[in-house]
Design a protein around this ligand. Structure first.
Ligand code: AMP
Ligand code: ZN
Length: 113
């Protein structure tokens, strides 16, 4: 499958890994928008939040449990952080493999543009 994040998970394209378990892979965004900017993805290819089903949706809780561990590893658990999923064209999704941005290490503006 011609999917950038599947290739990163498979090790075919290099990434700066910060966390991995049997369901979840996390790595640094190549174009960081905050001191901590980590992408947290399911190892299973799911194209977007629109493609979650009753059968595969448990990976979302796996991702949020991983996020909690990553926040501690990154030293941002106390200060706080934001987890964002962009879905589809209007949502700004550019890579069609479900991913959650974890942003932290600075005060973040709200609302987003
Ligand atoms: P989105 O726009 O929500 O689909 O997010 C895709 C993210 O993937 C962007 O923040 C990109 O900077 C990031 N990205 C693209 N290619 C790579 C790569 N090879 N390694 C790490 N992050 C990447
Ligand atoms: Zn994929």
């Amino acid at each position: 499958m011609d999917c950038l994040f599947c290739k990163i998970i498979a090790g075919e394209i290099p990434s700066a890994k910060v966390y991995e378990n049997d369901k979840v892979y996390a790595f640094r965004d190549i174009s960081p928008e905050a001191p901590t900017h980590v992408l947290i993805v399911p190892k299973e290819h799911i194209a977007s939040a629109n493609d979650l089903t009753a059968e595969n949706a448990s990976v979302v809780s796996d991702i949020f449990l991983a996020a909690k561990e990553i926040a501690a590893l990154e030293g941002i658990a106390e200060g706080g952080y934001r987890i964002v999923n962009n879905c589809g064209e209007d949502g700004g999704q550019t890579v069609k493999h479900l991913h959650f941005h974890m942003l932290g290490g600075r005060s973040l503006a709200w609302p987003p543009g």
